[in-house]
Design a protein around this ligand. Structure first.
Ligand code: 5GP
Ligand code: MN
Length: 351
């Protein structure tokens, strides 16, 4: 019954969203599409594809994020046109102020927009949302497509575009959307919640550059330093806590510097400990400028969102979440060890 209610709720939400969105795009408008700080493949992929679709529909659309994205996403069609707020704050502020609609993609709390948030908070502007995170405040938006039962925001953008017809897909849009779906599902290893994702992807693969090429461009781009940092992280810096079915990898800023850390170099490191059968949760703790970053991953029903939200000023999804603390690396690790006993039973229930 609950499944039916959710399913029905999703259909209703889509119908309402499609109608409201259709009303928004009836006349040409200036859109700015904003995604989250430390953008990942889904943030950039969904935003670029959505902006490219809006342009096809006769609108102006620019993509903006707080800070730069990893080098392994730089090849994405249109990536060179993304406005990076911390590189050009004045120009970005101008763009935001001249926009008529702000599209918020792949996040739902203003604080997640990083440096862009101060200007957004001041803007009196219509906002639309397309996102797959929890706890959305719908009142903030002219129209919102928010569904936690999809793999990614890119999947939602694909649904929206396909609602208008396959003729609106082109090579750039399809490629960008596939990057978002592939990266948010770990190449279809998790976050695949319903079979329709494969029919959507079949249509995307049909229009995109070759699937094998996309995969290679995302994943086979390591520098030697990045691969050695991965090896070092696992063999020297991984603590395995059998009692809690948990593995923790921690890296200081000196260690990152030793491997010539570049943005994105620790991406994916947190997934490796989960490949151990006995591990239910994996945590990567890294020391960044002034803050400690946490990346959480889990298997099955154990919710790292709950843990990240309760203790680490963050959140995300059931199986992938992040957070930050402003303290030393030692204090951050101590806090993590302190909270684990509360979750001991849940962590030991493999499902
Ligand atoms: P990652 O570990 O790859 O940085 O993030 C995993 C997931 O958690 C992503 O979906 C991301 O959007 C979300 N996330 C990461 N950091 C934060 C955070 O500080 N706050 C919230 N609410 N979500 C986060
Ligand atoms: Mn996402």
């Amino acid at each position: 019954m609950l499944i039916f209610a959710n399913y029905f709720g999703c259909i209703m939400q889509r119908k309402q969203f499609f109608e409201a969105f259709d009303a928004v795009i009836q006349t040409p408008k200036r859109f700015v599409v904003v995604s989250h700080v430390n953008p990942d493949g889904d943030a950039i992929g969904s935003s670029l594809a959505f902006a490219q679709f809006l342009k096809k529909m006769g609108h102006q659309a620019e993509v903006m994020v707080s800070n730069d994205f990893p080098e392994f996403l730089a090849w994405m069609p249109g990536a060179c046109n993304v406005h990076i707020y911390d590189k050009a704050p004045e120009a970005c502020d101008e763009l935001l102020k001249s926009a008529e609609v702000l599209a918020i993609l792949d996040f739902n709390h203003v604080s997640r927009s990083g440096l862009v948030q101060n200007t957004i908070k001041e803007l009196n502007i219509n906002k639309i949302l397309i996102d797959h995170h929890r706890d959305t405040d719908f009142d903030q938006f002219l129209c919102a497509l928010s569904d936690t039962n999809v793999s990614s925001t890119s999947e939602l953008v694909a649904e929206l575009i396909l609602h208008y017809g396959e003729r609106y897909l082109d090579e750039s849009i399809a490629t960008n959307l596939l990057v978002g779906i592939i990266t948010d599902t770990g190449s279809f290893a998790h976050s695949v919640y319903h079979p329709e994702i494969f029919s959507i992807c079949a249509k995307l693969v049909d229009k995109s550059v070759s699937y094998n090429q996309i995969h290679r461009l995302i994943y086979d781009t390591f520098s030697e330093d990045r691969l050695r940092l991965l090896g070092y992280s696992i063999s020297n810096k991984m603590e395995v806590l059998d009692e809690y079915a948990t593995a923790i990898i921690f890296l200081s800023k000196e260690e990152l510097a030793k491997f010539n850390y570049q943005v994105g170099d620790t991406e994916g490191v947190v997934n490796f400990p989960l490949s151990m059968k006995k591990i239910r949760m994996s945590v990567l703790v890294t020391e960044r400028q002034g803050v400690i970053r946490f990346s959480f991953r889990s298997k099955g029903s154990f919710s790292v969102h709950e843990l990240a939200n309760k203790y680490f000023n963050g959140g995300g999804h059931t199986n992938a979440a992040g957070g930050t603390l402003t303290c030393s690396l030692e204090a951050a690790l101590e806090k993590l060890h302190q909270v684990l006993p509360e979750y001991k039973d849940l962590l030991n229930q493999m499902d």
